[in-house]
Each structure stands twice: as C-alpha cells, then as structure tokens.
Design a protein. Structure first.
Length: 270
C-alpha cells in the first residue's frame, strides 16, 4: 500500500501536472474493463445474463424491488464516461491505486455476470466478494488521495462514478451473501430474524465507509438499496423489514451529513 502511494508521488514529481505513461496505459485498461462489463452479458449461457446483486437465486425478504436494479444503467454509464474522461484529456490525473481498484472492480463485474449465468450462488458470491474488496479499497484510497484528482470537474465525476458503483456493490455483497447462505442450507429464505441481522451488519458497514470515505454518491447508492428493500417489505407485508430499512436509512443519512461536513471542514482548513 505504501509502495503504491510512493510510486504515485514519484510519478507526479517526475512529470509535474502531466500523467505518467504508466497512468495513461492504466487509463486505457480502465476504459476497456468498463466497456467489457457492459458487453459481457452477450457471452452468458442464459442469454442476457444478470447484473451484480440483481436478486438472482432465492427470493429473500430483503431483496430490493425489481426496479431498484435499474441503477446499474446509471452506474455503467458513469463508469464509461469517467474512464473516457481520464483517457482523452492529458491533464486528467487519477491515483494509481484507484485505477487498479477500478480495473479490479469492473473485471469482477464481468466475472459476476458470467458466474450468474451458471446459476451458482457460491460462484456469484465469490465474484461479489472480490468486487466488494476492490470497492472498499477504492473508497479508502479516495479518502486518502482524493485531492490528487485533477482538475476539479474530473475529481467530482470520479467521486460520483466510483462512489455510486462502490455503494451499490457494498449492498449487493450482503444480498449475495444471504442468497449463498440459503443455497448452502444454512438458513431459510422465509425466516425474518437472520435477514434483519444482515441488514444491521450491512448498515454498520455502509455507515463506517461513508464516515471514512465522505462520498455522497456512496451513501446515495446505499439509500437507494434500502428504499428498494422497504418497498419489498411493504409489498410482502413484512413490517419488520420496512422498519429495519427505515432505521438503516436514517442512520446512513446522518452518517452522510456528518461525513460531508467533516470533509468540508478538513478541506477548508487545508
């Protein structure tokens, strides 16, 4: 981790405001990976395939309502736009580690789609776990090196694009974990208690990452997932799920406000 940060600093020192050739090559790789995850469904066995966290597998009480997954259209579009922005303009700078996280995240998304076509809850969970790891590392990287993104407009675009992707993947990770637990026979899909516990753990994770990463888009993705869960609860008549989603949404919203205010205070002092 320290080595990558030192490499970033060394490359900026050597090239000034211009991106290092290594960063340019990585920018090309990020764009290729972003496009690959969009066209990957063409190669799936079952036709159009699925998107990470689309609720394939067991129908759970905490699965967001179907229309909530349309957020993937926005996520994929922003990922490509951000990648193009990085590649076509020579003054665009992105930390090396964040570019590696983007590549890992997008390739993980491609793998997830291919695994989802195999209808294996274990395989899809493993792919989502990899994506979750890259998403978390990217959020932490942005928290440490976000000020290295330039210019300001590109910084905002990157924070929105990656934050939205990472936030939705974080929510999808817990959904896929739940689906895998049902597939392994560990729990029952219609039992409420353990699913409420999953929502609680997911909320704590999302809140922690929002406070650390201070990404409004990350919080927005989490809130969208919770809204989808609440709508499912209303449709199923499971009041406990609705209440849990509402409480989680309030906690996440408060964390977003606190995190953004703290980030603004730090930026003002700097």
């Amino acid at each position: 981790m320290g080595g990558l940060r030192n490499l970033d600093r060394m490359e900026r020192t050597q090239t000034g405001s211009r991106p290092h050739p290594r960063q340019r090559r990585l920018a090309n790789a990020v764009l290729a990976a972003a496009v690959l995850q969009v066209v990957a469904p063409i190669a799936t066995i079952s036709g159009p395939g699925a998107s990470p966290g689309s609720g394939s597998g067991a129908e759970l009480l905490i699965t967001p309502v179907g229309w909530a997954f349309s957020i993937w259209c926005v996520i994929y579009a922003l990922a490509i736009v951000q990648a193009v922005s990085t590649m076509v303009k020579r003054d665009r700078r992105v930390p090396l580690r964040l570019q590696l996280d983007q590549i890992g995240l997008y390739l993980g998304g491609t793998l997830w789609i291919l695994m989802a076509a195999l209808d294996s809850s274990t395989a899809t969970f493993v792919a989502l776990a990899l994506m979750f790891g890259f998403a978390v590392d990217g959020v932490l990287t942005l928290a440490r090196t976000g000020d290295e993104l330039a210019p300001r407009g590109h910084r905002t675009l990157t924070r929105i694009a990656f934050g939205l992707y990472a936030g939705w993947v974080s929510a999808a990770f817990f959904l896929n974990l739940s689906t895998a637990l049902v597939g392994w026979g560990v729990v029952e899909a219609d039992a409420v208690g353990w699913q409420l516990a999953v929502v609680a753990v997911a909320t704590v994770t999302l809140v922690a990452l929002v406070l650390v990463g201070r990404l409004a888009a990350y919080a927005a993705a989490g809130l969208w997932a919770l809204l989808g869960i609440a709508v499912t609860g209303l449709s199923d008549g499971t009041d406990s799920v609705v209440v849990a989603a509402a409480v989680a949404a309030v906690a996440l919203l408060v964390a977003a406000v606190v995190g953004l205010r703290r980030g603004g205070a730090v930026g003002h002092r700097a």
